[in-house]
Design a protein around this ligand. Structure first.
Ligand SMILES: Cc1cc2nc3c(=O)[nH]c(=O)nc-3n(C[C@H](O)[C@H](O)[C@H](O)COP(=O)(O)OP(=O)(O)OC[C@H]3O[C@@H](n4cnc5c(N)ncnc54)[C@H](O)[C@@H]3O)c2cc1C
Length: 363
């Protein structure tokens, strides 16, 4: 069968990247986006690892890059250590970033996807404006994916991420600050020109961030508030001519909630599977590369969320003692490689009881 039409729901980075690749390969691609503008509203801290930019050199992101990051200061209460890695990541303006990918693409803005139905020949799409048919459907419709909710088997836990942009005076130019606080951490990211992105993931994010700002005596003018859902989980990502991609597919790092890079990698796998008419290979390729990281990340998240203060402190002290290895082998996007670099130390065995206990606590 010759595929002529592909419909992509969602003009976030994942939907735009796959649309760009498929359009270049000669497919007719319809992109539907419920918002009036691409990239807005922003619900992202815009910290993206250097691997993304190395892998997607054919897009011009110059306009969107605001700062280059050389490492992180990690805090647990008053205790802290620094990890230096030159150019490890970039801070982007997510609105301009998404717009850079959308160049040359025709997006139907202000149109909301409502539902789909399959028949033998086609997939019938209903939006708030029209009904039409398509050959393949890609659900890149973000963390609350409507397409995922139509018959995909999925385990997903949703966390709320929240950040404020503040114009202030902090002694932090090229390093991000990570303040460990369950279920994730609080962050300070220098955007440049005296603007800082200060955020958290929490059940009461507004309160948590206000408390954090007070405690750290950060004074300044609040420019913006950005919030959104971080979906953590895994499940079915392909079913009978319908694919899930990006946050809709929970292609998100379970430990940090970063999703741009995994969604981008998955968009390459999806393009390959469509080009070869081997649709099931999409799940297989994702599982091999991203799925493995997500499975390990989910296990580590379970353990992390169940650690008590004393256990967290002893693991933090161990990690702090491995600063050199982390600087050498740590990976921004592949957390399991980072963990493996620590596992070589026989001292890790002393944590076996803690790890087992915390895992069992969760069963
Ligand atoms: C506070 C916060 C901070 C974050 N920080 C980072 C970070 O620093 N680095 C990082 O890599 N990731 C970060 N993330 C995650 C990152 O934002 C997402 O992983 C990424 O945006 C996912 O891209 P996507 O294209 O899959 O989905 P999205 O960017 O969510 O795009 C989905 C699109 O689908 C559209 N849509 C949804 N439903 C419909 C519908 N029914 N009809 C039509 N259109 C629809 C939406 O309007 C949206 O434009 C953060 C998330 C949050 C909440």
């Amino acid at each position: 069968m010759d595929i002529v039409e592909i419909t992509v729901v969602g003009a976030g980075p994942a939907g735009l990247l796959v649309s760009s690749r498929l359009s270049n390969a000669g497919y007719k691609v319809n992109i539907i986006e419920e918002h009036k503008n691409i990239g807005a509203p922003v619900s992202c801290s815009g910290l993206i690892g250097k691997d993304f930019f190395q892998n997607f050199k054919d897009f011009d992101f110059k306009n969107s890059v605001k700062n280059k990051i050389d490492g992180a200061k990690i805090f647990l209460g008053e205790d802290s250590f620094e990890l230096e890695r030159k150019g490890v990541s970039y801070v982007v303006d997510r609105c301009l970033f998404d717009q850079s990918i959308s160049k040359n693409l025709n997006v139907s803005l202000n149109e909301k996807f409502v539902s789909f139905k399959r028949n033998n020949e086609k997939i019938i799409i209903k939006t708030d404006k029209r009904k039409f048919s398509t050959d393949l459907l890609i659900g890149a419709d973000g963390p609350n994916s409507k397409i995922r909710s139509q018959g995909f088997k999925f385990y997903v836990k949703k966390y709320v991420g929240y950040q404020v942009r503040i114009k202030t005076n902090l002694d932090l130019d090229k390093f991000v600050e990570v303040h460990i606080e369950k279920p994730f951490f609080n962050w300070i990211i220098p955007e440049g020109e005296g603007i800082f992105r200060i955020g958290t993931v929490s059940d009461n994010p507004k309160e948590t961030i206000e408390k954090f700002i007070r405690k750290n005596q950060i004074k300044g003018k609040q420019i913006d508030v950005q919030a959104g859902i971080i979906p953590i989980g895994r499940g079915e990502i392909y079913k009978d001519r319908v694919f899930l991609l990006g946050d809709a597919a929970c292609q998100v790092k379970p430990l940090t909630g970063g999703g741009v890079y995994y969604g981008a990698l998955a968009s390459e796998f999806l393009t390959r599977s469509i080009n070869t008419y081997d649709y099931a290979s999409y799940s297989q390729m994702c599982d091999k590369i991203i799925g493995k990281e997500i499975r390990r990340g989910l296990l580590l998240r379970k353990i992390y969320e169940n650690l008590n203060e004393k256990e967290l402190k002893s693991i933090f002290t161990f990690i702090k003692s491995k600063k050199q290895e982390l600087e050498e082998y740590g990976q921004f996007d592949e957390h399991s490689k980072t963990i493996l670099s620590l596992i070589k130390d026989p001292k890790i065995l002393s944590f076996t009881p803690i790890l087992l206990k915390t895992y069992l606590r969760n069963l």
